[in-house]
Write a protein that binds this ligand. Structure first.
Ligand code: ZN
Length: 238
């Protein structure tokens, strides 16, 4: 059945001499791979879709249980790729890589689309942190943020990755304490939605807040991605 579906390109790899492989997240079908025939030929009709982070409409022949197809036609809808902005690109790559890791179990099209749109307007550490918070809820390891993990005391002083959330003074013992601002922003990001990004930006959600969220995320996720340490080192340079 010939199908027309909207999707976002997460990665592009070379394939054979003239072709490319696009890994995309499709609105209805989730993670999917397209073979882009003749992508590397200058005259190829498909050579406009050889960059990641584009939203496009894909026309292909859908077959039951198949998650790979030759792309018949693709047309660009929106370009989120910013070639001169390494920080933005590597932040988008973090979102794309997480999606590629877990996208077979959950269709993350809406979350990816909202993150990529938000990235046009908001700082990448904030957008990436919100994406991670959303994904951790889906995977069921979001932090406990209404009080101490152990005694529910609402007066908390530390974030503990291995305890799974906040700790009070009594239970934090020799764990490093976090500043009040970090605790507040950790709570907010894990309760937030995309419409709340403006408020979080006004609360000065910064790269240190992002790193707290990301370290919590990767402590609990059973996978690693190479783009995260790279993004983190870029953030620490600025
Ligand atoms: Zn406690």
């Amino acid at each position: 059945m010939i199908t027309k579906e909207e999707g976002i390109i997460l990665s592009v790899d070379d394939y054979k001499e003239y072709d490319a492989l696009l890994k995309v997240v499709l609105k209805e079908s989730g993670l999917f791979t397209f073979i882009l025939k003749g992508a590397k030929k200058l005259s190829g009709k498909n050579n406009k879709l050889t960059m990641p982070f584009l939203k496009a409409e894909f026309i292909y022949e859908k077959k039951e249980y198949k998650t790979i197809a030759s792309l018949q036609k693709g047309s660009l809808i929106e370009n989120y790729y910013r070639k001169d902005d390494l920080l933005k690109l590597s932040g988008l790559e973090v979102i794309a890589d997480i999606t590629l890791k877990i996208g077979d179990d959950y269709n993350l099209y809406e979350e990816v689309k909202q993150s990529f749109e938000a990235a046009l307007e908001y700082p990448l550490p904030l957008v990436c942190a919100l994406y991670m918070a959303k994904v951790s809820k889906l995977l069921g390891f979001n932090p406990i943020i209404d009080g101490c993990v152990i005694c529910s005391n609402p007066k908390v002083v530390a974030i503990s990755n291995n305890d799974g959330g906040f700790l009070c003074e009594r239970h934090a013992l020799n764990k490093p304490k976090s500043p009040v601002k970090s605790l507040r922003n950790f709570r907010l990001i894990n309760k937030a939605d995309f419409k709340d990004l403006k408020v979080l930006k006004e609360y000065d959600y910064d790269k240190n807040d992002f790193i707290l969220e990301a370290e919590f995320f990767f402590y609990h996720a059973d996978f690693k991605i190479k783009s995260y340490p790279f993004f983190k080192s870029l953030l620490n340079m600025f």
